[in-house]
Design a protein. Sequence first.
Length: 291
Amino acid sequence: MNADAHAADAAPLPAAAGVVGGGTMGSGIVHVLLAAGIDTVLVEVDDASLARGLELVRESLDDSARRGKLEVGVDDALARLTASTRYEDLAACEVVIEAVPENPELKKQVLGSIERQIPDTALLATNTSSLSLGSLAGSLAHPDRFVGMHFFNPVPAQPLLEIVRTPHADEEALRRAHALGGALKKEPIEVNDSPGFATSRLGVLVGLEAVRMVEEGVASPEDIDKAMVLGYRYPIGPCRLGDLVGHDVRLGIAEYLHEALGERFEPPALLKQMVAEGKLGKKSGQGFFPW
């Protein structure tokens, strides 16, 4: 069933939702849940990570409020947020979204810990941008209620939501994922479980070719980006986008896709060098561009 068919068959919104992982993506997902009026539990691994996650959520809400993009007050939104280092505090959540780093073993461990605490009727989702859901679902007791909900950075501003179905996912789980995406003001697309899905396969391939062009001296990062923005109407060029995503993240996805799909995803030597030198992009202050 496609995204439009699911959208026409809306499901009730969850009264409470959970997010595990408060980094860039997790904090953005918390933001949009709170903005939609949904009570939200944020779980992180320790107090320091939790404090950083809360700081990111507040910064994101404050930024939206300054730009007139937040329909509720920042304090009103934050009043709906519960912060915790305990999976047990997810027990009342009707949907939980895992948003920890792209490490398969870590994600499996976290998903298992979530599943042991939430009701059998709760929707369980992962925000992975590339990993096979089939492999992540292998140890779950209820793979029928497990879906991919791949948000895009920055989550409050990006309208796309990639919903990933596995052969085990039932239609009710997918319907609920689509309904939640609509409530969060996202435009869902639906794809079948495959390495990289639709967006990472296409986006990473363009990004890797841009790195190769810089490596081979074809053009500067500035001119490559200008070509794609002016010539193909990209909102941002692939080199600057790599800086925003993080070149370590892009390298990890490329290595996974290289192993899963073959030589066309082989990471360029320049990308590996940039990561080794700590030139990760915006988060390190330097990538293809200074930040």
